[in-house]
Ligand binder design. Structure first.
Ligand code: HEM
Ligand code: NFK
Length: 312
C-alpha cells in the first residue's frame, strides 16, 4: 500500500530566475542502477567520474555555498560569524517552508497533517537557539576586530527572517519596507504582508469547526499588526475545556504554544548574546541595539494562547 502524499507548497520569497540559472542538471538514479553499480564496485565507493564532474557538487552546489563567506577583515572571529549567519538563513528557509505547509494543511482542514510538521519546525527553532552557543563565544574584542566591516548591515534586514515573522503573524509594514527597493524580493514580501498568517488560518479553522469567533478575526486588513481579542481568548478557552488527546484542536493549540515558546527562547538568547557581545552600544542597523531588542523579547506569537492560561 502506498502512503497518500500531501501536496507540498513551495514558498515564493524571491524571483526564481537567479536560482534556476544556478541549477546544474544531474542524471537520475534508481534502485536497479544502484544495485548493478555496487556489483561492479564490489561495495567500495565510486571515486572516478566523467570529465570535470563531481556528482555531489553538481547536486549541492557547495562551490557556490562555500564561496560566500567572504572575509572582509583580519579578525579571527569573522569566520564563525559568517558561517553561522549563513546557517541561520538556511534554517529560516527550512522553518518557513514547514510553517507555510502547516498553514496550507490547516486551510484544507487537515489538522493531523499540520500536526505532523510541528516536531520538525520545533526542532529547527531549537537549532536556531543553539546557534547562540556558538556565536556567544565571540568576545567583545573579537567582534570589534571585524564589526566595522559590517557597515550598516544588520540581521534585522533579513527577508527570510521577516517571512518567518509574517507567516507566524507578527506583521509590520514598517519593517517589511526594508526590502521595498529590491525588485526580486519586494513583490513576495508585499504579498506575505497582505496574506493571512498561519494563526489567522487556525482561527478560521476554529470557526469552521463551530467555535464562535469575532468577525474581525476572520476578515480584516491582514497587514495590520496582530491585536489580541477577548473573543479569540474565549474561543481557545472553549477548545481547552476538553484537554484530551482526542481533541485535535487542543493538540493544535498546544503545538502552536510549543512553537511560540521556542521562538521566544530564540529571541531571548539573541538578546542576551547581543548584550554580552555589544553591551549597550548602538546597533549597526540604526537601532539602539540591546535597548531596541528589549521590546522584541516581550513579544509572544499567538497571544490569546498565552493570556488564556490565566483562566485555566
Ligand atoms: C554577533 C552577533 C550579533 C549581534 C551583535 C547582533 C546584534 C543585533 C542588534 C544590535 C540588533 C538590533 C538592530 C540593529 O540596529 O542592528 C539586531 C537585530 C536583529 N538581529 Fe542580530 N546580532 C547578531 C547576530 C545575529 C544573527 C546571527 C542573526 C540571524 C541571522 C541575527 C538576526 C537579527 C534579527 C532578525 C534582528 C531583528 C530582530 C527583530 O526584528 O525582531 N542577528 N541584532
Ligand atoms: N546588528 C549587528 C550586526 C548584525 O547583526 C549583522 C551584520 C551583518 C551581517 C549579519 C548580521 N547579523 C546577522 O546575520 C551589530 O549591531 O553588530
Amino acid at each position: 500500500m502506498t502512503t497518500p502524499l500531501r501536496k507540498r507548497i513551495l514558498p515564493e520569497v524571491r524571483n526564481p530566475a537567479l536560482e534556476l540559472s544556478l541549477v546544474k542538471p544531474i542524471a537520475r538514479g534508481d534502485n536497479a542502477q544502484r544495485a548493478s553499480t555496487v556489483q561492479q564496485t564490489e561495495g567500495e565507493p565510486l571515486l572516478r567520474f566523467e570529465g570535470a564532474s563531481n556528482p555531489y557538487l553538481e547536486h549541492q552546489r557547495n562551490d557556490l555555498l562555500l564561496s560566500i563567506q567572504h572575509m572582509r577583515s583580519e579578525g579571527h572571529d569573522e569566520m564563525v560569524f559568517l558561517c553561522i549567519t549563513h546557517c541561520k538563513e538556511l534554517t529560516f528557509k527550512a522553518l518557513h517552508y514547514e510553517l507555510l505547509n502547516m498553514q496550507a494543511r490547516i486551510q484544507a482542514d487537515d489538522v493531523a497533517g499540520a500536526l505532523q510538521l510541528v516536531p520538525r519546525a520545533h526542532a529547527l527553532l531549537e537549532f536556531l537557539g543553539k546557534t547562540w552557543d556558538v556565536l556567544s563565544t565571540i568576545t567583545p574584542h573579537g567582534f570589534n576586530q571585524f564589526r566595522n566591516t559590517l557597515g550598516i548591515a544588520s540581521g534585522q534586514q533579513s527577508y527570510m527572517y521577516r517571512h518567518v515573522e509574517f507567516i507566524l503573524g507578527n506583521k509590520s509594514e514598517r519593517l517589511a519596507r526594508a526590502h521595498e527597493n529590491n525588485p526580486d524580493v519586494w513583490p513576495y514580501m508585499e504579498r506575505a504582508l497582505h496574506a493571512p498568517s498561519l494563526y489567522d488560518a487556525v482561527l478560521a479553522l476554529l470557526h469552521r469547526r463551530g467555535i464562535a469567533m469575532p468577525p474581525e478575526a476572520l476578515e480584516r486588513d491582514w497587514s495590520e499588526p496582530y491585536v489580541a481579542r477577548p473573543g479569540v481568548e474565549a474561543a481557545w478557552l472553549q477548545v481547552y475545556a476538553d484537554p484530551t488527546p482526542e481533541n485535535d484542536l487542543y493538540l493544535l493549540g498546544e503545538a502552536l504554544t510549543d512553537l511560540a515558546d521556542a521562538f521566544s527562547q530564540y529571541r531571548w538568547r539573541h538578546f542576551v548574546s547581543v548584550e554580552r557581545i555589544l553591551g549597550f552600544k548602538a546597533g549597526t542597523g540604526g537601532s539602539a541595539g540591546v535597548g531596541w531588542l528589549r521590546s522584541v523579547v516581550d513579544h509572544r506569537f499567538f497571544p490569546e494562547l498565552w493570556s488564556m492560561r490565566t483562566q485555566l
